[in-house]
Design a protein around this ligand. Structure first.
Ligand SMILES: Nc1nc2c(ncn2[C@@H]2O[C@H](COP(=O)(O)OP(=O)(O)OP(=O)(O)O)[C@@H](O)[C@H]2O)c(=O)[nH]1
Ligand SMILES: [Mg+2]
Length: 300
């Protein structure tokens, strides 16, 4: 596009979000689009718990991506709160991408979600994610199957890992944004408080290598961030639901917790661009996922 064409095009700005069942690749896609790690990701379902906003700046548009948890059948009060967050976000965005992984059959969860989306005023696209995991034949079949799920404005296959079609997806989403002045200042990547992003990076590190119900039981709260001359001191609490889980998270002679600290510190240093001293404490908040008071304390 030459500069003249760019001048003639109206500036567009607005909100988009990806929805889909847990583990569909929503957060990875959000990070790939803005080119920076804003949202944490993991191979465990229900990784995302906080709504995170990431801003993509282009000369003629601003796309604000709102990363939400995966919609699922809730089994705890936390689960209900997360689903509420998702539905609230749906009502506030201009364009929604329903994410369906290329390598998994379409299921009841996908049908349920696409049914609910039909009621909204936002434009709904289908995004077939993780295309790097399947061959062309399988992808073609999945594109057909997804198109039959609902009346989507467009169906776009992408891979966040290889980068395939990421720009195309942004072009398509931008087309459905309203004409609007810029919403955020030029270089703003996210409006989310640093403490939340830091807590999320710690939780991501703590999720690695734990199994079964434990990933869901982990919550992280950053208590204090103290900037000093050449280092930021961060004090954070890692919450679990039972004493037995505490032992697992800490590990033999605290070896696991040390590893978590090292991994998290590297990520936080990258985010903040300065050296970090990280102090982690593991605490038990009994059955916090089902307890309204504990949930409030943990930020839900
Ligand atoms: N091969 C491949 N893996 C991907 C791709 N996108 C995501 N993944 C993997 O899929 C898993 C889930 O990714 P997330 O981005 O955390 O999924 P999510 O939809 O945000 O999950 P929740 O937050 O739990 O709802 C992770 O292990 C990712 O590395 C992709 O394009 N290709
Ligand atoms: Mg996520």
């Amino acid at each position: 596009m030459n500069p003249e064409e760019l001048q003639q095009r109206p500036y567009r700005a607005g909100f988009g979000c990806f929805v889909g069942r847990p583990n569909a690749g929503k957060s990875t896609l959000t990070n790939a689009i803005v080119g920076q790690k804003i949202a944490i990701t993991s191979s465990k379902p229900q990784t995302t718990r906080h709504v995170i906003r990431a801003v993509l700046h282009r000369p003629d548009s601003q796309l604000v991506l709102v990363d939400t948890p995966g919609l699922h059948r809730p089994r705890t009060l936390l689960g209900e709160r997360l689903n509420d967050l998702v539905r609230q976000t749906w009502s506030e965005v201009d364009v929604i991408g329903l994410c369906v992984p290329a390598d998994e059959p379409i299921g009841r969860g996908d049908r349920f979600i696409s049914g609910e989306l039909a009621e909204l005023k936002a434009t709904v696209l289908a995004v077939v994610t993780k295309t790097d995991l399947v061959d062309r034949k399988r992808l073609a079949e999945q594109l057909v199957a997804v198109s039959e799920l609902a009346d989507f404005a467009e169906v776009v296959p992408v891979s966040a890992v290889s980068g395939h079609q990421i720009d195309t997806l942004v072009d398509v989403m931008t087309r459905y944004l309203p004409e609007s002045p810029q919403l955020y200042p030029d270089d703003m990547l996210t409006e989310d408080p640093e403490q939340v992003l830091v807590a999320e990076l710690i939780r991501e590190a703590a999720l690695e290598g734990v199994r079964d119900e434990l990933p869901h039981s982990i919550a992280v709260v950053v208590e204090e961030m103290i900037p000093e001359e050449r280092v930021i001191k961060i004090y954070a609490d890692v919450y679990v639901e039972r004493p037995s889980q505490k032992a697992i998270v800490i590990g033999h002679r605290a070896s696991r917790l040390r590893d978590v600290g090292v991994r998290a510190r590297r990520q936080i240093e990258e985010l903040l661009g300065t050296r970090v001293y990280l102090d982690l404490h593991v605490r038990v908040a009994k059955d916090w996922q089902r307890d309204p008071k504990q949930l409030r304390k943990l930020g839900f």
